[in-house]
Design a protein around this ligand. Structure first.
Ligand code: M6R
Length: 613
């Protein structure tokens, strides 16, 4: 949460910082600000505004600035309400040091008291102001690095910083502990940002900072040091293959819609990447040693948050059915505190789009303390979880900017089904023929996904009739139960309507009491062993005058007849139907949100990457 950027070079920093923040706004958007040091006039320029980046941009148009070094921030409030006063950058009470910060300083109250006793004055409600004053309190003889290091050694928690020293307008200082920071390398200029999309307009060559490392950036050099030893660290740069077009809307009104429509390509590319002509499943960087370890695995945990947790629920079903390995999906924030019974014979799979989710990262570290093997299924290249796991499979869905996860979810699902088949091969639970048959079904998914996307007219029609309702139920069975949870999450996060997903068999155990003529129920009932049971659920809802919005296989006349709305999806293998059934639910959530005039890509109170607990 929160996005931070920094620039030093030969160009005007202001538009560069603003462009970077545009690409980081998904991380938080309740206020934004920049600070620049003007070398010629030797003055500090700070502009901050409450609300979205557009507010800051408006102000910057009225008060243009020119500087060749600066830092910027887009905020998701943790300490202190969203306001101009609490917006970053923050300065110490003598305005010597300027800081932007992502994360939480856990011991900020104690430090604040200590600093107040020494005469420091505070104006905002943020923990950042404590950090910047602490740095200032150690600042002597123009030795910023020493002050920075001393302060960091006392700041508990997880955070990333970009800082400026007013007396040294040729240097940017950055530090990372658990929260992400990427350095972008240019010619006669260097950049830093919370995430790579903010750097892509300027450079594709990046260096990932590791935890407890700080870096000193001038326009011609980037030097990385260990906080513990103060020694310089050599780090090779990485070339990012994502391009700018992928990080733009490409003619769509919202990133979310663009990302929904990218799913056939994501599925096709996953298929091309992971399988070869001989129907062999291969993952990048897999080694005989890793494969040997995987072969010995007795139990699997899939640990993740939000949408990624829903992918984990489905992934566990596949892992049990295909590879015969007992599998459990857990929410990361629970897992990390549950004292989980995990052994060295277990595989803990961390599923995450961003690779930075604080609870999932903590769960990964917890799993490691038990000696378990850790495997990350991650979208963002070079992210912390990707780097810390014993083995990482990238989902390669491309940048996902919309806060509501769509293509990253289907990419996670298809990766997990491949992983279950890979495990089935090495555990010998399925024959080559069975695996080849399964791959034939997966091969059909991109086309089926394109077909499912063609139902948008029927979905918009249904959304137009139902978008004013305040409560929605979603029900499904088997692999489509997690889809019900996911459909409900999608709707609530972007439309703010209450939505709840249930296993359809649970209806009679409580939720059916909610049914009346005003209650829409989205019934996910594609062709499957439990389709008839779903039809009974539909009848029970109808008998109580509920509004049935059915997702069913395209030729299912019987279901169509008893539903208020019928959204057809193409027939695919039952166990893969989750990957297709979610498509109309994503579109439904999108159109309900648009009709309600919600901010689809940046829904209130949320941020794309949850880097605090
Ligand atoms: O980056 P991650 O996949 O770890 O993020 C997990 C959740 O925060 C994320 O899926 C969230 O639930 C989405 N906003 C859902 O659309």
């Amino acid at each position: 949460m929160c996005g931070i950027v920094g620039y030093i070079g030969h160009r005007n920093a202001v538009p560069i910082l603003v462009k970077g923040l545009e690409h980081l706004e998904y991380r938080g958007y309740d206020s934004a600000g920049i600070a620049c040091l003007n070398l010629e006039k030797e003055n500090l320029f700070i502009k901050k505004e409450k609300g979205k980046l557009s507010e800051l941009k408006r102000e910057l148009e009225k008060h243009p600035a020119y500087a060749q070094i600066g830092i910027g921030h887009t905020r998701w409030a943790t300490h202190g309400e969203p306001s101009k006063l609490n917006a970053h950058p923050h300065v110490d009470d003598k305005s010597k040091i300027i800081l932007v910060h992502n994360g939480i300083i856990e011991n900020h109250s104690d430090l604040k008291r200590e600093l107040q006793a020494k005469g420091h004055r505070f104006f905002s409600g943020t923990d950042t102001e404590v950090a910047v004053n602490l740095i200032a309190s150690y600042y002597k003889k123009n030795n910023f690095v020493e002050a920075f290091r001393k302060a960091i050694s006392r700041l508990q928690g997880f955070y990333a910083f970009v800082a400026l020293d007013k007396s040294d307008p040729d240097t940017l200082y950055v530090f990372k502990r658990s929260n992400p920071l990427v350095i972008g390398l240019g010619k006669g200029e260097n950049f830093v940002a919370s995430d790579t999309p903010a750097l892509l307009p300027f450079t594709s060559d990046v260096v990932f900072l590791e935890d407890d490392e700080y870096a000193v950036l001038t326009k011609d050099k980037v030097k990385i040091f260990s906080l513990a030893t103060g020694r310089m660290i050599k780090r090779h740069s990485t070339r990012i293959k994502w391009n700018m077009a992928q990080a733009q809307k490409g003619g769509y009104p919202h990133f979310m819609l663009k990302e929904i429509y990218e799913q056939p390509t994501v599925l096709q590319e996953a298929f091309n990447r992971i399988t070869n002509k001989e129907d062999v499943i291969r993952f990048e960087n897999m080694t005989p040693r890793i494969e040997n370890r995987l072969r010995k695995i007795r139990k699997v945990f899939m640990v993740s948050c939000g949408t990624a947790y829903h992918a984990g629920l489905t992934g566990c079903l596949w892992m049990e059915q295909n590879a015969g390995i007992p599998s459990e999906a857990r929410v990361s924030s629970e897992f990390r505190y549950q004292k989980p019974i995990v052994t060295k014979n277990d595989l803990v799979i961390l599923i995450t789009q961003s690779g930075e989710t604080a609870d999932t990262l903590a769960a990964l570290r917890e799993a490691k303390t038990h000696g378990a093997m850790t495997l990350a299924v991650v979208n963002v290249l070079g992210s912390t979880i990707a780097r810390e796991a014993d083995y990482t499979i990238y989902t390669h869905a491309g940048p996902e900017i919309g806060v509501a996860s769509t293509k990253a979810y289907t990419a996670q699902l298809v990766t997990l089904v491949f992983l279950s088949l890979y495990m089935a091969r090495i555990k010998k639970t399925l024959s080559s023929r069975q695996i080849a048959g399964y791959l034939d079904s997966i091969r059909k998914l991109p086309k089926a996904c394109s077909k499912a996307l063609k139902q948008s007219t029927a979905i918009i029609n249904c959304a137009k009739h139902q978008y004013r309702r305040h409560s929605f139920l979603y029900i499904g069975r088997g692999v489509n139960f997690p889809v019900a949870l996911e459909g409900a999450l999608k709707l609530k996060e972007i439309s703010y309507a209450h939505a709840h997903g249930y296993a359809a068999g649970e209806m009679k155990h409580g939720p059916i009491a909610l049914i009346d003529k005003n209650q829409p129920v989205i019934c996910i009932a594609p062709h499957s062993k439990t389709r008839d049971k779903m039809l009974s659920n539909v009848e029970e809802i109808r008998a109580r005058k509920g509004i049935v919005i059915a997702i069913g296989t395209e030729n299912d006349k019987e279901l169509k007849k008893i539903s208020s709305y019928f959204i057809p999806v193409p027939k695919v293998d039952e166990s893969l139907s989750a990957i297709i059934a979610v498509i109309p639910l994503q579109l439904f959530a999108y159109h309900v949100a648009v009709l309600n005039r919600r901010d689809v890509d940046q829904p209130r109170n949320l941020a794309k990457s949850v880097t605090v607990e």
